[in-house]
Design a protein around this ligand. Structure first.
Ligand SMILES: NC(=O)c1ccc[n+]([C@@H]2O[C@H](COP(=O)([O-])OP(=O)(O)OC[C@H]3O[C@@H](n4cnc5c(N)ncnc54)[C@H](OP(=O)(O)O)[C@@H]3O)[C@@H](O)[C@H]2O)c1
Length: 296
């Protein structure tokens, strides 16, 4: 069996077209959806992520502003900026690009964001609501994984999903999302991590395997049962002297071997990556819809 490729680029483009229409309807109600992005310092990867978010917001017709602060900005000054943006009615969504310089505690900054504007879905109150199955902005990467499964015809409902990785950013919130008694969820979820003695024992039982470890090519073909669906969240740099930059990106899954066994698989790059910013835009659109009185 050769797996169907689930293209995050295509799914993301489809969602962004839908978001464009939703933004038009919000504007008809006199509200312009707005996103504020706070960038502290000059980390090249962060600059590139922030640029992608700004571009994505502009393309769907949103107002976006990036607030750039120098690397030596104090934690208090960053929090003061967040508090000001919380009150700024032009913005329905607000995020602070992580990682922050080491003298700043990211948890303190995230906790200062108004939960209603927390479009990264990272505020502890929103994480708690996600676990309880209450309406809230869902964390973008796990929400993107759920959308990819649904839109590729691989609903997790009634399936056994094995998630490899238990980070607060991906593994844990994904488990919270997929275990809910809801449409697009209702899965039986197992989480594996470095304390799991035999990951293959669990992954071979999975209908859907999600790899979110940051460990290159760790999920091998012998760990996957025939016909399983494989979602690769991992993004790892491996040395490649044939490339201009000297490296290439690979996932946590041994793609070439696993694609011969799985029924569907996401590539890296072009898989989960493009979904993350798209779900951020979706959370911002939803926050603006609430202000515009549009219910969905
Ligand atoms: N595409 C996107 O938009 C996107 C977004 C976020 C993250 N990512 C990527 O996804 C990956 C995971 O990110 P993260 O933030 O969740 O990473 P993280 O905070 O480092 O967490 C990694 C998790 O995987 C587990 N793990 C690591 N190596 C393992 C192994 N060999 N066997 C079993 N478990 C292992 C760790 O277990 P312990 O808890 O036991 O240490 C931990 O729970 C990274 O490659 C990251 O770049 C991609």
């Amino acid at each position: 069996m050769t797996a169907k490729i689930i293209s995050g680029t295509e799914v993301a483009a489809e969602i962004r077209e839908e978001l464009k229409e939703r933004v038009k309807k919000i504007k008809e109600k006199g509200v312009v959806p707005g996103l504020a992005v706070v960038l502290v310092g000059e980390d090249p990867a962060s600059i590139s992520y922030v640029t992608g978010k700004a571009k994505g917001a502009a393309e769907i017709g949103m107002f976006e502003e990036t607030i750039r602060l120098p690397a030596d900005t104090s934690e208090k000054e960053v929090i003061d900026t967040v508090v000001k943006l919380n009150k700024d009615k032009r913005f329905h969504g607000l995020l602070v690009q992580i990682p922050l310089p080491t003298h700043i505690d990211a948890e303190n900054v995230i906790s200062a964001i108004s939960p209603e504007k927390d479009v990264d879905g990272a505020h502890p109150m929103n994480i708690g609501k996600a676990l309880r199955g209450e309406p809230c902005p869902l964390p973008c990467t796990p929400h993107g994984v759920q959308e990819m499964l649904m839109r590729s015809g691989n609903s997790p409902e009634g399936k056994h999903v094995v998630i490899c990785g238990r980070s607060n950013l991906v593994g844990k919130p994904l488990a919270a999302i997929l275990m809910q008694k809801k449409k697009g969820a209702n899965a039986t979820v197992t989480i594996c991590h470095t304390g799991t003695k035999d990951i293959a024992y669990f992954s071979r039982q999975a209908d859907i395997v999600v790899a979110a470890m940051g460990s290159p090519k760790t999920i091998t073909a012998d760990m996957i049962r025939d016909g399983a669906v494989v979602i690769d969240v991992g993004v790892n740099r491996v040395e490649d002297k044939t490339r201009e930059k000297g490296f290439r990106l690979v996932g946590d899954v041994d793609f070439e071997a696993v694609k011969e066994k799985a029924s569907a698989i996401t590539p890296v790059p072009g898989g989960v990556g493009p979904m993350t910013v798209t779900m951020l835009l979706m959370n911002t659109v939803e926050a603006a819809e609430r202000e515009a009185g549009i219910s969905r």
